[in-house]
Design a protein around this ligand. Structure first.
Ligand code: CU
Length: 260
């Protein structure tokens, strides 16, 4: 039941990524389900073989075999029944408690100093991501190895935002903010999708997700600016500004050099 911590470089704390947490829940359920299945099916097969027709099993049970319409008296005073009920109860209640406590971690991950926060807005039929500097982009850019908080809402109807590979998913509801997070282990490209049937374009309501390494994320982020709508347009504007500043300074230097 313990949650082993995975220290992540630059994460400012120990965080487990959701894919790992959900993977653990999956394997525990699969393992226990398989074990219970093997016991139940094995016991059934054992008994159907043991009591097969014409088998040479003990005839003691023939003596007190119940007649048709008569309730069997059972043997062992219901011990078997009590045992199977208790084992089932322990397994089921244990699973419920363990799963909930594990999911609480997803609800409330440990604090990290350098988590970043991105606003996500859904609309028929696409997503817009807004960064702390006001940059808006149709592509979700995020760094690897850093906890990313998503504040998700909608401009029109109910949507549901999710990135399947990163095991993150939450409602996008107009007038309401849903908060969720993810943590990507490594750089890569994924696709965010809408999980709530929201109209005729629902199936193409996707958005590219680009996970950068920290350096290239910083580069991308530095290329954006507060008033921008498109990262491409912004990069161009920054370039022009630099170009405009460059010659002025040179001219000034040349002028200063000429005058003496
Ligand atoms: Cu949608």
């Amino acid at each position: 039941m313990g949650i082993p911590d995975v220290a992540l470089a630059g994460a400012g704390g120990a965080i487990r990524n959701p894919a790992e947490v959900f993977g653990e829940i999956f394997w525990v359920f699969l393992g226990l389900g398989t074990a219970v299945g093997v016991v139940v099916i094995g016991y059934t097969l054992y008994n159907s073989y043991k009591y097969r027709e014409g088998a040479d099993h003990e005839t003691k049970s023939d003596v007190d075999r119940p007649e048709l319409g008569e309730l069997p008296s059972g043997s062992g005073g219901g011990k078997k029944l009590a045992l199977s009920f208790s084992i089932s109860a322990i397994i089921v209640i244990g699973l419920i408690i363990w799963t909930y406590s594990t999911l609480l971690y997803i609800e409330d991950p440990p604090d990290t100093e350098n988590a970043i926060e991105i606003q996500v807005e859904g609309q028929q039929f696409g997503w817009v991501f807004e960064y702390p500097n006001g940059e808006q982009s149709p592509t979700l850019h995020a760094p690897a190895d850093r906890l990313v908080w998503l504040n998700v809402t909608s401009r029109d109807v109910f949507h549901n935002f999710g990135i399947p590979e990163l095991r993150t998913k939450t409602d996008a509801i107009p007038g309401q903010m849903s908060r969720t997070w993810f943590l990507a282990d490594e750089p890569g490209e994924h696709t965010a999708v809408c999980y709530e049937l929201c109209g005729s374009g629902h199936s193409r309501m996707t958005a590219p997700v680009v996970i950068h390494d920290n350096e290239s994320f910083q580069e991308w982020y530095a290329s954006t600016s507060p008033s921008g709508n498109q990262s491409d347009g912004e990069a161009g504007m920054d370039g022009n500004e630099t170009a405009a500043i460059g010659p002025t300074t040179t001219t000034g230097a040349v002028a200063a050099g000429d005058s003496p």
